[in-house]
Design a protein around this ligand. Structure first.
Ligand code: FES
Ligand code: FES
Length: 182
């Protein structure tokens, strides 16, 4: 059996057992044969072509690879694909569509919460987990929640504004005016 690890890396090792995993990704069950060492980030990007999940460091520092695992934010560069077997994964591709943006995506657009955009998928998924748990966070709570997500463009001010905008929109309130502080 050809494993996904072998397909991605070209590193075939017939002594490594292959395991079949089924993961519900953005609401769709996806099955793959993987080696136990395959990272969830690699399964998502190379295996399932969901390239909105970025990898910036591979060492759990930057948060660019953040996805939701059963609703909780995890850094997919330090989760094995086999650990996600039988679980639900949400990537940025599952947040909204170009025609119907999620309020979080709208917030990042309205408040200019991105520059190069590399950190943005991870920022938005961490935001989703925050707002599910705390629909009306303070600015400090937003900053604390995003503490594991680094922005190399250092646009943190607007990222925080974007999250507060999205929170207000999700609550059905008029979001803060563009460019305002909390
Ligand atoms: S790539 Fe996973 S935390 Fe940086
Ligand atoms: S917008 Fe460039 S890394 Fe955050």
């Amino acid at each position: 059996m050809t494993s996904l690890f072998e397909e991605i890396t070209g590193d075939a090792d017939s002594s490594v057992p292959v395991r079949r995993v089924t993961i519900t990704v953005n609401g769709q069950p996806r099955t793959a044969d993987v080696e136990p060492r395959l990272l969830l980030a690699h399964l998502l990007r190379q295996g399932l072509r969901l390239t909105g999940t970025h990898t910036g460091c591979d060492t759990t520092n930057c948060g660019a690879c953040t996805v939701l695992l059963d609703g909780a934010p995890v850094k997919s560069c330090t989760v094995l694909a086999v650990q996600a077997d039988g679980h639900d994964v949400t990537t940025v591709e599952g947040l909204g569509t170009p025609g119907e943006l999620d309020p979080i995506q709208e917030g990042f657009k309205q408040e200019h919460g991105l520059q190069c955009g590399f950190c943005t998928p991870g920022m938005m998924l961490t935001t989703k987990a925050l707002l599910e748990e705390n629909p009306d966070p303070t600015e400090d709570e937003v900053r604390w929640a995003l503490g594991g997500n680094l922005c190399r463009c250092t646009g943190y001010q607007n990222i925080v504004k974007s999250v507060l905008w999205a929170a207000a929109k999700r609550r059905g309130e008029v979001p803060p005016a563009e460019g305002s502080t909390s």
